[in-house]
Design a protein around this ligand. Structure first.
Ligand code: GCV
Length: 742
């Protein structure tokens, strides 16, 4: 179906070999001289009829206190006003007049309510953002009365979130935003912390960044694709500003500024006084959008930045150095600074273990110092064991004793599963085990194990299935405890719990490389705000706000493509939860490299990782869940090979009674067919989909990526098929399994 790559096509790896039907394989959006996309905040005109009605409703905009120049550019309330003026003008063709109080004309009012009856509002300028974040105060309501529309909240950032919600509704031409009376919406986030984590490096590259300019290979850390680094050099200020707007528009309230691999790529100098000074303006900008800042310093900063002879925290000079540095950061960033993030003693990073201290001692050391400035220590739980040990079990054991031992201002950041953002994983058992420690659930929006920015994979489906997972509880009378509940504070109501995502943003004009990858940016924020929203609703919403004037047919086709994409990718890579089916570049599935990853434990007759045995990883879950995973009959078949080693002849009750080997072959074939179907579906809606939010020829760009996805899916499936045919001596011929011996 697909011919050989054209010369213009600069992908430098083995699998991608697509030529493009619509011309040479260049991604036009990437090389265009046009400005970057505004994504879902692109305020283009809505239909004339709707604009007339809406303009009549929003003749004036009442922004209390925002006449005060001291607030200009510093308060989310002021930002809300600016956003509404720009958004209404862009979509309705008429800018409302900005006034200080309502009169007789229909107006849109921004209202800051007191948090409590005793709390008289003396002026938004005097309020810093609440800390710890208070989900109730960050909520908002939008109310319609006959004349006015009122957005109100108990916090300035809540008003901003309400403003973005109204703009979203107008963009979708929601009649309910204009007509009728009463409350249109009342909404508050579930999780206190909703973080966006850049893995950007100070040298301008991005770890696992796939959204760089097309000229750079995007299957490795993209060179110079960071929108914020290098510091102190000419940066696209509008980019940084728009990033803050995009994140705030979906309710993000914290940002991690750099890669957790903090001692490479220039990151080891993050805490130099010069860098801190260079970051001040960025930090202040994001704070004005309600976003707190977190820094990820190198554990060896005392030596590298401070010139000390050691970085051992037990040495008094080292402790004094950190105390002074934290004071300096807090002094420079003010209330916008809320913490440090550490990844210790894994993947070459130094940590407390380098000095005979435990991870817990390391976290408590920093938490004590950070408490002085009202900040927290976020400790990453992710780690690789030394050879031979089960990674899943190791990750649990390393942190299982933190309850009651970690200081109150420590938060443990845990990946969604115990492996490493694989195609499908069981939810990490630490989430059900620790109830007295603030836990931050970490997702990855960057498609490290999901085909980089070449494949269509909409992750809200995966995230939502994890968030709804019932970990059960160890503490009666609580029986049910979903991952979403844990991330919202859980039984212990832990104040610094939350949800974070590893960023998928880069300097590509469309921000995310693949246009469709922006559904992961948007979807993350929307899910972090309300984890119970069905993924399908979020994806449809993204389609509607991003491609607003598309036909309803196109909206349905696109939504359906997004909805299916996780499962399709799973089908042509690794089904049944075997995980790590990839080469060292975390993309290809070629045979030789895959053998290095032994997590599928495949032999000539059996496959799967036996974690079901007593003392195995399955037993680290709470009793009800452990029993389910340990039982071969009850274990969800999507995760069968994560917990059980089975013969290839084992029959799958939810897969038409196929054997495991048959299913591996069939699921791969079906995945390839579906990936090819995405190209056909997309081409069928040409002319029906509104791509006006994107600069350049987005249609060709998307087609190219879908074609690459389909072509590489076929290469992946071929590689898997050959691998298992060689290993087992059995292949699928004419739909039936046939073995050499037969
Ligand atoms: C930031 C995986 C990735 C690394 C990443 C690490 C982590 O191992 O491949 O790039 O490093 O996870 O999450 O810390």
């Amino acid at each position: 179906m697909f011919a050989k790559a054209s010369d213009n096509y600069e992908l430098n790896h083995s699998a991608s070999s697509a030529a493009c039907r619509l011309g040479p394989c260049r991604l036009h959006g990437e090389i265009s001289s046009q400005p970057h996309s505004q994504l879902w905040l692109s305020y283009r005109p809505v239909s004339a009829g709707y604009a007339v009605h809406a303009s009549a409703r929003f003749q004036e905009l009442v922004c209390p206190e925002t006449g005060d120049l001291a607030l200009a550019g510093v308060s989310p309330l002021w930002r809300a006003c600016e956003e509404l003026l720009a958004g209404l003008e862009g979509m309705l063709g008429r800018r409302p007049s900005r006034v200080n109080a309502t009169g007789t004309a229909p107006a849109l009012l921004l209202q800051l309510q007191p948090s409590s009856p005793d709390d008289a509002i003396s002026g938004a300028a005097e309020r810093s953002l609440a800390w710890p974040p208070s989900p109730a105060d960050e909520g908002y309501s939008i109310h319609l009365n006959t004349l006015h529309t009122v957005i109100s909240s108990r916090s300035p950032q809540g008003v901003l979130y309400g403003a973005f919600e109204l703009l979203r509704r107008l963009r979708r031409e929601d009649p309910g935003a204009l007509a009728g009376g009463g409350e249109v919406v009342r909404s508050a986030p579930s999780a206190p912390l909703r973080h966006w984590d850049l893995w950007d490096n100070l040298d301008g590259s991005v770890e696992r960044g796939y959204a760089g300019p097309w000229q750079h290979r995007f299957d490795v850390a993209a060179a110079r694709s960071s929108v914020v680094y290098p510091l102190g050099q000419q940066r696209d200020e509008q980019r940084a500003h728009d990033l803050a707007r995009l994140l705030a528009s979906v309710g993000i309230n914290g940002i991690g500024w750099s890669n957790v691999n903090a001692c490479d790529h220039g990151n080891q100098h993050l805490l130099s006084s010069r860098n801190i000074a260079s970051m001040r303006a960025l930090v202040a900008l994001f704070y004005s959008y309600g976003i707190h800042s977190f820094l990820t310093p190198c554990f060896d900063s005392p030596q590298i930045v401070g010139g000390l002879f050691t970085s051992n925290p037990q040495v008094p000079e080292v402790k004094a150095w950190w105390a002074k540095k934290i004071e300096e950061v807090a002094g420079a960033f003010g209330d916008a600074f809320r913490g440090l993030v550490f990844k210790g003693n894994t993947e070459g990073q130094p940590g407390p273990g380098s000095h005979g201290m435990s991870q817990l001692q390391g976290a408590n050391f920093f938490a004590e110092l950070l408490e002085e400035v009202g900040a927290i220590c976020i400790w990453r739980a992710f780690s690789h064991p030394e050879g031979g040990v089960d990674q899943a079990l190791y990750q649990f054991q390393r942190f299982e004793n933190w309850d009651g031992e970690a200081r109150w201002n420590v938060a443990l950041k845990i990946k969604n599963g115990p492996y490493d953002f694989q195609v499908r994983e069981p939810v990490h058992s630490l989430f059900g085990h620790l109830s007295n420690t603030s836990l931050i659930l970490e997702f990855q929006a960057a498609q490290e194990y999901f085909g980089h920015a070449k494949h269509l994979v909409a992750l809200p489906s995966q995230w939502s299935s994890y968030l709804g997972f019932d970990l059960s509880s160890r503490f009666p009378p609580y029986n049910v405890q979903t991952l979403a509940q844990v991330a919202s504070g859980g039984i212990g109501r832990m104040p610094f719990s939350g949800i974070a995502a590893v960023s998928n943003i880069g300097t590509s004009r469309n921000w995310t490389g693949h246009v469709f990858s922006a559904v992961n940016t948007y979807g993350f924020g929307r899910l972090a705000w309300t984890p119970t929203t069905p993924a399908a609703d979020i994806m449809r919403e993204w389609v509607e706000v991003t491609f607003p004037r598309s036909s309803s047919y196109a909206v349905s086709v696109l939504t359906r493509m997004l909805q299916r994409s996780w499962e399709v990718y799973e089908n042509y890579t690794s089904s049944l939860g075997w995980g790590f089916a990839c080469a060292a570049n975390h993309y290809d599935l070629d045979d030789m490299d895959r053998r290095r990853h032994t997590d599928h434990r495949a032999s000539a007759t059996h496959i799967g990782y036996p974690r079901n045995a007593g003392g195995g990883y399955a037993s680290t879950y709470n009793a009800k869940v452990a029993a389910r995973f340990q039982s071969i009959e009850q274990c969800p078949e999507e995760l069968l090979l994560s917990f059980h080693q089975v013969p290839y002849t084992h029959r799958l009750r939810t897969k038409n009674n196929s054997t495991v080997l048959e299913w591996i072959y069939r699921s791969h074939m079906s995945g390839v067919n579906a990936a090819e179907g995405f190209v056909t579906d997309w081409l069928a809606i040409e002319g029906h989909v509104d791509l006006g939010s994107y600069p350049g020829d987005a249609f060709v760009d998307i087609t190219t990526r879908l074609e690459i996805g389909a072509s590489d899916a076929a290469a992946f499936a071929k590689s898997i098929r050959e691998y298992f045919e060689t290993l087992t001596g059995c292949g699928l011929r004419d739909g039936r399994l046939q073995c050499h011996a037969q």
